[in-house]
Design a protein around this ligand. Sequence first.
Ligand SMILES: NC(=O)c1ccc[n+]([C@@H]2O[C@H](COP(=O)([O-])OP(=O)(O)OC[C@H]3O[C@@H](n4cnc5c(N)ncnc54)[C@H](OP(=O)(O)O)[C@@H]3O)[C@@H](O)[C@H]2O)c1
Length: 328
Amino acid sequence: MVSVGIIGGTGYTGSELLRFLVNHPSFDVVFATSRSKEGVEIGEYIPSLRGLIEGEFVSPDSSLDADLVFTAVPHTKAMDYVPSLMERGMRVVDLSADYRLPFGVYENVYEKEHVDFGREAVYGLTEFNRNKIEKADLVANPGCYPTGAILSCLPVRDEADKIIFDSKSGISGAGAQPSSASHFPNLDGNINPYKVTKHRHQAEMKMILGSKTTSIYFTPHVIPAVRGILTTAHIFGCGTLDLEQKYMEYYRDDHFIRVYSDIPKLSSVRGSNYADIGCFAREDGDRIVIVSAIDNLVKGAAGQAIQNANIMMGLAEETGLKTPPLSP
Ligand SMILES: NC(=O)c1ccc[n+]([C@@H]2O[C@H](COP(=O)([O-])OP(=O)(O)OC[C@H]3O[C@@H](n4cnc5c(N)ncnc54)[C@H](OP(=O)(O)O)[C@@H]3O)[C@@H](O)[C@H]2O)c1
């Protein structure tokens, strides 16, 4: 068995890691941390896991040891833990943004000095970097929006000259702390654009898809749903005629990418590690429209993190992740 730990076990992505890990045949959870719930039984704080997992949350400052650690804490906080975990020989999958971007870019985008300057990490979009992930000691798990957006365009990224992403996310993307944006009367019945032209995830999209000849634009919205991100990608300049065939071919060996001509739905991926990609409409020869659907907490966070950890540990990447989506 591989021993695994979680820094930030009470958060939405930490809880989702625990939900998948309780049934993982090769990973054994040896600790989950929380500062506010230290000493509380995991199953007492997360009632859906009652009877499925034993143990209490421990302080992140206690002496921790595992083969691999998932850091599921807010951005700018993971870099406080990663150096010492790695110095003690632990491999890390970081779910925060702290290791995703080149350092100069990170400091501009997140407006914080990086305290772990120069540490090498592999960007953990599994379908893009599988070979590098295998050998990595530190994997920077992608953001939830970039996961759905980049997957919708990877097969045509060399052809496109402009891509506009329009994404709609459930509110769990904002984490477990309530805010006025997540307050029910503000959310229900609304579709709220936010950080228009300024969302930090655009930098990740540009890092993978952008070039001198490809411009990337992104507008996020929050919708009155708990989970899921639906992204509509408007792609310009792509000449491929049989797009569906091209996508099918590109993702032929990827366990968690499902390509089909229908329009993907959040309800077809909820609770699962699948990314559904479809639509393939073309207008006036110049604009194509591709739609992707993921669960932000699974393929957009915890599921992809486990997929990467499986690869790092030499396991089949789908191990413990083949849970079918929840429907209806
Ligand atoms: N939510 C998503 O859909 C999503 C998707 C992809 C990536 N992410 C990223 O994943 C990370 C976690 O997101 P989340 O939604 O799970 O957040 P969350 O629900 O707010 O949970 C944060 C967790 O980190 C702990 N924590 C907070 N500050 C800490 C600190 N300074 N030191 C140690 N532990 C700390 C919290 O517990 P205590 O305060 O009790 O210690 C809690 O367990 C974030 O970086 C986020 O950007 C989130």
